[in-house]
Write a protein that binds this ligand. Structure first.
Ligand code: HAM
Length: 429
């Protein structure tokens, strides 16, 4: 017996019909950014290890524990991309994209890799749709970016989620706060590993999800209570604009993100139906990232929305995504001698945007209709002797068994009329 192989642990696969639902979710998550004029970037799947070490921060779990790092044949140290922002900024610098005017607005989608402990909603290959707006610093832009993420989830039909937002301050107020936090943490009894993390980046400790650590830091000073006036005004303007957008939010002073580059506006979309892996998307502003990667001193803001988790969230809210996929029509020749005619009919319908599967491998009508039923087609266009001779085609609606005789020039309109476009939820339902 030859041993069967399996996909690697923690790597989800989306086979049909789930594959179609996954793609639908990814497209819906990307739609608001595309509608807002963001341009698409296709990034490398692996990069120089240093890009992530410098960009994301060496003390983060993502870099210190979760990166897939390897050396190539020339001993270069490379890493599979754990996220997209560092790669986007590297590319913007390398391709001088800022010369075309600011802000540079970019979107991306694809797989990212983190060697996390796998569980439902936490994968080693995860999929994101992300955007970055680089080279402008204005609360209006922050709120606009957040609004796009919010609408992406709303368009999908999600309602059981919350936008959490805070400010992580800037390079003027963060050092003072850091000192305060270090002082506080010095008084707390931490285990050796946590102490080490606290020494490298004390803010990381606030991100520790273990209840024993959380109880120790319950009275820790929080960044939002210690921001400078400029950061406070900026934060308040962002909130005001969100109010104008009609976007509900919760200020969460304890929000800490797993990546080190954030400054000022920082946010997360948290879903209530996902248990421990509740973050369905997150992002924020990064003042120093571009400069620290050797580029201009320009600030940016962006987000990444988790496609895998958005799909699970939709399932948890019983959203019928299948209903939103295009309906299928089957073209069924009763005999192979009608194949050529069937090709023409299939092309005609496809040209008008109808999804058509042509049944090419059946010997008779009964068998062809069985295939159409198995494919859950809405209707079958039957092509036999009579149809080819008269130019009047038989359309059989598979759910009811009802049959209509339709002249060739009415085929497209008649079928389109009977394939109701799926009803989408309104943006702010
Ligand atoms: P992140 O919060 O690390 O941010 O990831 C964004 C989203 O990706 C999460 O909210 C979650 O939905 C999904 N995600 C992350 N890890 C996993 C996993 N192991 N399994 C399944 N889904 C996961 C970033 O990656 C930043 N680059 C976002 C950003 C863009 N900030 C500024 N610009």
């Amino acid at each position: 017996m030859i041993e069967k192989l399996q996909a690697p642990k923690g790597v989800p696969e989306y086979v049909p019909p789930n594959g179609d639902l996954f793609k639908y979710v990814r497209d819906e998550l990307a739609a608001p950014a595309i509608a807002a004029g963001y341009r698409y970037i296709e990034l490398p799947y692996f990069e120089d290890f240093n890009l992530y070490a410098r960009g994301i921060g060496e003390s983060t779990d993502v870099v210190s524990k979760e990166m897939y790092t390897f050396t190539d044949r020339a001993d270069r140290i490379l890493a599979l991309r754990p996220e997209g922002t560092a790669g986007v900024i590297r590319s913007v610098i390398e391709n001088s994209l800022t010369q075309q005017g600011l802000p540079v607005k970019i979107w991306y989608a694809g797989a990212f890799f983190r060697a996390e402990k796998p569980q439902k909603g936490r994968y080693r290959q995860l999929q994101q749709v992300g955007i970055e707006a680089i080279g402008a610093e204005n609360p209006a832009l922050d709120s606009e970016v957040i609004a796009l993420g919010y609408h992406a989830f709303k368009n999908l039909g999600l309602s059981s989620f919350e936008l959490q937002i805070t400010s992580l301050g800037c390079f003027n107020c963060r050092p003072g706060y850091r000192e305060k936090l270090i002082k506080f943490l010095a008084e707390v009894k931490l285990d050796d590993e946590t102490r080490k993390r606290a020494d490298i980046n004390p803010l990381r400790v606030l991100d520790d999800k273990r209840p024993e650590i959380q109880s120790l830091i319950i009275n820790a000073p929080l960044m939002l209570d210690n921001v400078c006036n400029e950061c406070r005004d900026y934060h308040e303007m962002v909130l005001k604009y969100l109010d104008h957008h009609g976007i509900p939010y919760v200020v969460n002073k304890r929000l800490v993100r797993g990546l080190d580059y954030y400054t000022k506006t920082t946010f997360e979309f948290v879903h209530h139906g996902l248990g421990a892996q509740s973050g369905i998307g997150g992002g924020g502003r990064y003042d120093q990232l571009m400069f620290s990667l050797g580029g201009q001193d320009l600030s940016g803001i962006g987000y990444a929305l988790g496609v895998d988790r958005a799909l699970i969230a939709a399932e948890s809210e019983n959203i019928n995504l299948e209903q939103r996929l295009p309906d299928l029509v089957c073209v069924v020749p009763t005999d192979s001698e009608f194949n050529v005619n069937a090709f023409k009919i299939a092309d005609l319908l496809r040209e008008s945007g109808i999804v058509v599967d042509q049944v090419t491998h059946t010997k008779n009508l009964k068998n062809g209709l069985k295939v159409a039923n198995r494919l859950t087609a809405k209707c079958a266009v039957i092509i036999g002797d009579d149809e080819v001779r008269t130019g009047i085609y038989t359309v059989k609606w598979l759910a009811t068994g009802e049959q209509n005789s339709v002249p060739l020039d009415e085929l497209v309109t008649q079928i389109s009329q009977h394939l109701p476009l799926a009803e989408k939820p309104k943006k702010d339902d």
